[in-house]
Design a protein around this ligand. Sequence first.
Ligand code: GLN
Length: 494
Amino acid sequence: MLVAAPSAMSITTLQQIANRLAAGECSSVEVTQDYINKINELNKSLGCYITIDAERSLTQARAADARRAAGKAGALTGVPLAHKDIFCAKGWLTTCGSKMLGNFVAPYDAHVVERCDTEGMVTLGKTNMDEFAMGSSNETSHFGPVRNPWDVTRVPGGSSGGSAAAVAAGLAPAATGTDTGGSIRQPAALTGICGLKPTYGLVSRYGMIAFASSLDQAGPMAHTAADLGLLLNVMAGHDPRDSTSLQRPAEDYNRDLEKPLKGLRIGLPREFFGDGMSADVRRATDAAIAEYQKLGAQPVEVSLPNMGLSVPVYYVLAPAEASSNLSRFDGVRYGHRAAEYGDLLDMYKRSRAGGFGAEVKRRILIGTYVLSHGYYDAYYIRAQKLRRLIAQDFAQAFKACDVIMGPTSPTTAFRLGEKSADPVQMYLSDIYTIAVNLAGLPGMSIPCGFGEGGLPVGLQIVGNYFDEARMLNVAHQYQLATDWHRRAPRGVTA
Ligand code: GLN
């Protein structure tokens, strides 16, 4: 049984841990051991991690302490974090939430994992996720659902639900996530933490198991905007192993945190503020905009006329790319292979039938259909054209504003099982986030209040291409004036 603990937990930020390590107030081994203890206590109830390996984590922590002693520590050396199980990590089981990869130990590191390791960060484990990142509730994972630490009868959002719940419950100070249609922002909103999906191409996809390659993007999840910037500084940067990785000079994403917001133009798209969102999300979102006005920002009405098409467009394009990407899982080279089969074709069929769950199969079927001869022009090409129109809507809107704001998710966290029987209801969880992926823009979610039942609400901030530093500034200034991001769930005990 899970019960609420009597007092609220307090949050710990990456910056606080980094400061304590730098001041010699604690060692990385001590910090890491504290998190391992907490994981051991709570992970069974919450389901945040698929794999933990304390010995591996502590070995990294010891190396980080030695590096610090040698005077070679970087900003985040010795600081622990969790990686979504979509990132290959050498020697770690890397499942992508699927039975298909239930026995797959990665032989190499994803770019993101390599970057964090090179910085000297400590991997606490691999977090639970919707199977192949397809879902908005973390219920499609082969390894069972993740529970929302604010109310364990509710979902944490998805697909980066394990990362989000781990940060919210204090089982990691920060985590990596990926966002194809909302999978960083929506779970961040539902668990009361911050998450940032960078501009497409800013963070290398090398070693990140592909879902829909033209939309997939990795990003940081943490308690504060400043922590997101610290982690993005480590994760971002050119990588020749990903052909869509952008070649840009390195930047400090936290360089503008302290800038005042006077004169900032906040675009409020008419289409974001229609009937779609629940009353409690609306109240918190409106209050956040009012707070921004107090900080000197100006609201401007803008319009994204094609936004209503983003969910249907996404559910043509993402399954099309997924059906192609997932064709590699055939039971031959790695992953699940059926125990019994006849000829080669039969082996493919049985391995794929047994290795993939229902949602993944649904996407493969849709994707194969829209790409097939006779339907390609009617669906796939048409969706590509609409994708361009959606991107143009944003370009037009950004002529009148500096950032766009609105809700991240139409509702707060829903109950486990509430939407599992109705895929379309589940798909609509991403109604405010998907257009941002289609346009390749950066988007983030920060906590902005609580709705019915004390459940967190997230505010979405969308920036123009490569405007991450400004978005972090905008989020940080709000976090100086409010304390929503400092609230923690009352705590869950096993
Ligand atoms: N919920 C969306 C989907 O199921 C988005 C997932 C994601 O961003 N990875 O496809």
